[in-house]
Design a protein around this ligand. Structure first.
Ligand SMILES: *[C@@H]1O[C@H](CO)[C@@H](O)[C@H](O)[C@H]1NC(C)=O
Ligand SMILES: *[C@@H]1O[C@H](CO)[C@@H](O)[C@H](O)[C@H]1NC(C)=O
Ligand SMILES: *[C@@H]1O[C@H](CO)[C@@H](O)[C@H](O)[C@H]1NC(C)=O
Ligand SMILES: *[C@@H]1O[C@H](CO)[C@@H](O)[C@H](O)[C@H]1NC(C)=O
Length: 355
């Protein structure tokens, strides 16, 4: 039996067990102690506490099960139903990675204290061409794209190394595109310039992550909580952090930043721009450096969006948090109004997060 067939075989055996529709800390940990050896391959993997999981080790130097992250994802069977932890050893992995919708319950795990040493790196930009000759466009530039549910990641860096100079043609270059319905990221570094994090659809939790970019560097129509993250601008002329794409009052989507730090290169940027008519972004308890355009928020030159966009700030501090010159259609929230945005309830976490 080839190794790949064997792996698939072992995974199929465990498919029969019940689905676990939530994410725990355990999903982001590799157990190496002898009593609970998950094994560094499938064959000797064991139940840990009765929680089903398997580990695939990725190592560029050939000491694991796979040399690349994509090859590890490819080993996971379609319609996977148990947690598969892809344990990525330090190194710069120059590859474009796609986790398809048919492969839920995948974790990318590095060492949470050394996230900068395990790097998934690619460099597509919107003006590049796809195989068939068509222009890639922003969405297809992602260095890492995740379309499956219950994905989580920790201890890694995901980057797109294209440097977008403001005003240059189609330099949008996504590092991470996340479109699964539920996902959690802990101590993940997401680096790029224009359009770094495409937080496309679904409910997502970013905890203690570092996100770097220039223009609209967190964008999409997901419902996401960014807690204790550092948001770092590398804008050279202008820029914006959040470009949320909510288009109707009925959508429960939005970006909530809680207890984050906002720093940058010194160029004035917006906290957010109204990409959709009902764009929604709220900053609470954030520490904001002196890099924010005093007006704070932009209507994307579509003045009617001023009536429907939901842009709020609550109890932020730092020079960039001064609201004296803010656009009148943004809001200084009362505590009561901020409450729905302050914790994982905002992303329905009670149903799918056990952290
Ligand atoms: C699975 O792991 C979690 C902690 O991560 C633990 O609370 C739970 O009891 C475990 N399940 C079983 C069946 O032991
Ligand atoms: C995966 O599940 C879908 C829907 O249940 C099914 O149609 C498909 O055949 C399955 N694929 C595999 C490879 O089992
Ligand atoms: C903000 O995060 C720090 C740790 O980074 C924590 O000590 C503090 O209690 C948090 N503050 C709030 C208001 O959540
Ligand atoms: C946004 O609002 C404008 C003005 O009311 C309207 O013309 C446009 O169709 C709306 N866009 C969407 C996607 O609903």
């Amino acid at each position: 039996m080839s190794f790949r067939i064997m792996v698939t075989f072992f995974l199929l055996i465990y498919q029969a067990k019940s689905l676990r529709r939530y994410i725990t800390w355990d999903d982001m940990k590799i157990h190496q102690d002898k009593d609970h050896a998950e094994g560094l391959s499938f064959a000797n993997g064991d139940d840990y506490n009765g929680n089903e999981s398997r580990v695939i080790v990725v190592d560029q130097k050939g000491r694991g099960d796979s040399l690349t992250v994509q090859a590890a994802v490819d080993m996971v069977p379609f319609n996977n139903s148990i947690r598969v932890k892809i344990y990525i050893l330090p190194g710069v992995y120059k590859e474009k990675v796609m986790v398809p919708a048919s492969k839920p319950y995948i974790s990318f795990v590095g060492d949470p204290n050394r996230a900068s040493e395990t790097v998934l790196s690619w460099n597509d930009k919107a003006s590049d061409r796809y195989k068939d000759g068509s222009e890639l466009g922003t969405y297809r530039t992602a260095s890492v794209a995740v379309e499956s549910d219950y994905f989580c990641a920790t201890g890694i860096t995901i980057e797109n190394t294209v440097v977008a100079v403001s005003g240059e043609y189609k330099k949008q270059a996504v590092a991470l595109r996340i479109a699964g319905s539920k996902a959690a990221f802990y101590r993940v570094r997401i680096l790029g310039t224009q359009d770094t994090l495409l937080d496309e659809t679904g409910s997502h939790y970013f905890y203690r992550c570092h996100i770097q970019g220039s223009v609209d560097f967190i964008f999409g129509n997901a419902r996401s909580l960014f807690k204790e993250c550092s948001l770092h601008s590398v804008a050279d002329k202008y820029g914006a952090i959040a470009a949320h794409h909510r288009n109707s009052e009925k959508e429960e989507t939005g970006f909530s930043f809680v207890n984050c730090s906002v720093t940058g290169s010194g160029v004035a940027i917006f906290l957010g721009r109204a990409w959709g008519n009902y764009s929604r972004a709220v900053y609470s308890y954030c520490d904001i450096d002196n890099i924010i355009d005093p007006s704070g928020w932009s209507d994307w030159n579509q003045p009617w969006r001023q009536r429907t966009a939901v842009f709020g700030e609550y109890a932020c501090r730092g020079k960039g948090a001064d609201r004296k010159k803010r656009v009148s259609w943004s809001k200084s929230l009362e505590f009561k109004e901020a409450v729905p945005f302050l914790d994982t309830d905002f992303i329905g976490g009670e149903n799918w997060l056990r952290l």
